[in-house]
Design a protein around this ligand. Structure first.
Ligand code: UDP
Length: 368
């Protein structure tokens, strides 16, 4: 069988590989001039620092099969993301943990005391949090919410947190100990030579042909037995049911000497600071030494037509539109929709790979 895969990020690459290993012929196209989608990394020409061109990506997962999969395609070095947040000029530890609570309230609570205290300031009248704000008010109370989450979330999503689902906040834990590991997953790391190399290795198979700078066009439909689409779901249908909303990111790049901020990621909780965070990329690879440094101020905004989509917004209106596209997608015999954009879902890299493996296995058994 002859497959066309549109998009060469993790989704496209993982599916392509599985199909290729089952003796299918696979063509992967990408409209950009590089593989790896938004995971693309390359060395900055002036400093030789590995740059996460579309924002920082830290690999974290509990899924052993996914962890083994990526490790087969490149070496990962241990990396623990210890994020700081600046609020009104003071630096705190994230995710909210015992240090954050003690510093914020100028206390020296034990874990038990902190837990009781936070429970006492949480809004007990909220039984079933219906949105991001209610989730926060119930579990951490108004002060911590306003300091660390409200402003950041308004900047990140361009919305009142009352309009956002509680699930977004559930991505972040609250801890009553001094563990400041941003993620709670068993396996965490950064590829020693960047993500592009990993995806290059996944795509490196005799049955896979990759074409860059190549946008999909309708005439391709008749040339392949099946298409895997990892582009925007609404784009496939020419926006016939309306546009799904996404957020895009813009990065302002700066060069300096030495160490600019002493950490890979520093978030800015205040709403009047226009960027959400500053990331200093050499700190993602502490095993390398660099005299110079590069850092990026990250700005989030509504994704317009010419912008690169990053986050699906998934408001009520989007969900109505999404359902229409999903039923249309069900009727597309020869197309499989996959990935963050193809399914309009907020997935981390590990979940993306897990879904791609599952989709590929289904395709392999369908097209024996
Ligand atoms: N968030 C916040 N303050 C922070 C970090 C995160 O309010 O300092 C909120 C924000 O709404 C964000 C969500 O928590 O979209 C999830 O954060 P995460 O770091 O998982 O986002 P990602 O890395 O996917 O951008």
């Amino acid at each position: 069988m002859k497959f066309l895969i549109v998009g060469s990020g993790f989704t496209g690459a993982v599916i392509a590989r599985k199909l290729a290993e089952s003796n299918h012929r696979v063509f992967v196209i990408d409209q950009r001039n590089h593989i790896a989608g938004n995971c693309f990394t390359q060395r900055d020409k002036e400093t030789n620092i590995m740059e996460h061109v579309y924002g920082p990506h830290i690999f974290h997962t509990d899924d052993e099969e996914v962890w083994n999969y990526v490790n087969q395609h490149g070496e990962f070095k241990p990396f623990v993301n210890r994020v700081k947040s600046v609020v009104k000029g003071e630096v705190f530890s994230l995710p909210v943990n015992l240090h954050t609570i003690n510093q914020f309230y100028d206390k020296s609570f034990s874990p038990k005391e902190a837990k009781e205290f936070i429970e006492s300031i949480g809004d007990a009248s909220i039984e079933n949090p219906q949105n991001f704000e209610e989730q926060a008010l119930k579990f951490i109370g108004v002060d911590l919410y306003e300091a660390f989450f409200k402003g950041y979330t308004v900047k990140q999503w361009g919305l009142d947190p009352k309009q956002l689902p509680a699930s977004i906040l559930k991505r972040l834990p609250v801890r009553f100990n001094y563990d400041d590991n941003y993620f709670s997953h068993k396996y965490q790391g950064i590829p020693e030579h960047g993500y592009t190399e990993i995806i290059h290795s996944i795509l490196n198979h005799e049955n896979i042909q990759v074409e860059l700078n190549c946008a999909f066009n309708e005439s391709m439909k008749s040339q392949f037995d099946h298409i895997v689409w990892s582009g925007k779901l609404d784009e496939w249908f020419n926006y016939s049911e309306g546009k799904l909303s996404y957020r895009t990111l813009k990065f302002e790049k700066y060069y300096d000497y030495g160490d600019f901020q002493g950490n890979a990621v520093i978030n800015y909780g205040d709403e009047d600071i226009p960027y959400t965070r500053i990331t200093e990329h050499k700190h993602f690879m502490p095993w390398e030494e660099h005299k110079r440094t590069i850092y990026f101020k990250e700005y989030s905004s509504e994704c317009r037509d010419a912008d690169i989509p990053y986050y699906p917004v998934r408001l009520a209106n989007d969900k109505t539109i999404l359902n229409k596209y999903l039923s249309k997608a069900n009727n597309e015999e020869n197309v499989t929709f996959a990935g963050r954009l193809g399914t309009y879902s907020y997935m981390d890299m590990d979940v993306t790979i897990r879904e791609a493996i599952n989709i590929a296995e289904k395709l392999v058994s369908r097209f024996i």
